[in-house]
Design a protein around this ligand. Structure first.
Ligand code: ACO
Length: 339
């Protein structure tokens, strides 16, 4: 029976691996410079996973911290969802591994694969599952180890991507945090941003590896062109669906792909700088981890308060895009009645 109720974020946490790669580090092996990277992207550093760290290893650290914040145990969660473009394996789903490593066996678990839009899509799906009464608590994680699938000799992509994880515990409550979402995709030219040899179109082979098809391939300028428009349009449509306007935005969490993309979108949306979280200088582009990591940082810094209208907006491979409008509630075990 459809049982409508609200959803809140009861815990939100992040993790980035210890290894830090600076712009100056790249100067040692690539024809690039700190100045080029800083001016064109806003990035200064990024974190890369250790050789023995896979995506699930990053995810469980963030998820463990989010659980502690929410005052919950792994077994209290009904469903685990991991948004990722860099799963431990194509199958099984990384969410199964994460749940088991956290000590929750027998719960629902699945991945959402839509690259950098992953957390926005998964937040929409998870909120729907809770608001319609299917589940009471969901662990939602955006986690990536992009450093494992990029060509570190390709200056056009190697400088852009970092590794990390952000985890949110979603929980049923009386006051609804989810106000609206706008999701979209256009798969007519997937090769604008893709990993050519990763699935069944170009199965892994010696020839594919010799041609470098196991790495991220990207037409940067094409992605750039669509990024600003898609973030602005998704935000405006989602706000309209929520019955709100640009001036109602109290805080904006954009996908951290390029400082210039964020600046252009923020300028168009007329959101004051102090109401926008930018941490691209520290993490680079962490794909589906970027939005939950930025949200966790904003919450840690107390830049978001109860009742604030928060817009989360991203874009990525697909091409794909999405925005969620969220009414912020208090986190932690208190502040909302546990049904
Ligand atoms: N250092 C120095 N020079 C470089 C580098 C580098 N690291 N990379 C490229 N260049 C050169 C190019 O070769 C080119 O040289 P040329 O003029 O002699 O041909 C010149 O710099 C300009 O290249 P552009 O690609 O036009 O540079 P642009 O200003 O567009 O910046 C960038 C490139 C940063 C990749 C930008 O296009 C961008 O950010 N695009 C969006 C990428 C993105 O957001 N991707 C993630 C999507 S999310 C997901 O799903 C994973």
């Amino acid at each position: 029976m459809l049982q409508l109720r609200g959803v809140r974020i009861a815990g939100i946490a992040r993790y980035a691996p210890e290894r830090i790669v600076t712009n100056e580090d790249f100067e040692r092996w690539l024809d690039t410079s700190d100045e080029w990277i800083t001016v064109r992207t806003g990035m200064k550093r990024r974190h890369w996973a250790a050789d023995d760290q896979a995506t699930s290893d990053l995810a469980i650290v963030a998820a463990g911290n989010a659980l502690a914040q929410a005052g919950l145990k792994a077994d209290d969660i009904d469903c685990y969802i991991v948004a990722t473009a860099t799963p431990d394996f194509i199958f099984p789903a990384t969410a199964c591994i994460v749940a088991a490593k956290l000590g929750a066996v027998g719960k629902a678990a699945f991945d959402v694969s839509i690259a950098c839009s992953g957390f926005i899509y998964a937040l929409t799906v998870a909120s729907g599952l809770i608001r319609s009464g299917v589940y009471r608590r969901i662990m939602l994680i955006g986690a990536e180890t992009l450093s494992k699938i990029m060509n570190k000799q390709d200056r056009a992509t190697a400088i852009l991507f970092g590794d990390g994880a952000g985890a949110a515990v979603l929980e049923a409550c009386d006051q609804d945090g989810f106000l609206a979402a706008e999701l979209g995709a256009d798969g007519t030219t997937p090769e604008i941003l893709y990993q050519p040899s990763s699935g069944t179109r170009n199965p892994v082979s010696h020839a594919a590896i010799d041609a470098g098809m196991q790495y991220i391939h990207m037409a940067g300028r094409e992605v750039f062109k669509f990024a600003v428009t898609s973030m602005v349009e998704a935000t405006e449509i989602a706000l309209r669906k929520a019955g709100l306007e640009r001036r109602d935005i109290n805080f904006l969490i954009p996908h951290q792909a390029n400082r210039r993309i964020i600046d252009a979108a923020v300028k168009y949306l007329e959101v004051p700088r102090e109401k926008v979280l930018v941490n691209i200088q520290e993490y680079g582009n962490t794909s589906s981890a970027s939005i939950p990591m930025a949200l966790a940082e904003a919450v840690e810094a107390k830049r978001i308060g109860g009742g604030d209208v928060v817009v989360l907006v991203g874009f990525g491979a697909g091409l794909s895009w999405g925005a969620v409008v969220w009414r912020w509630n208090s986190i932690g075990p208190q502040g909302a009645s546990r049904p």
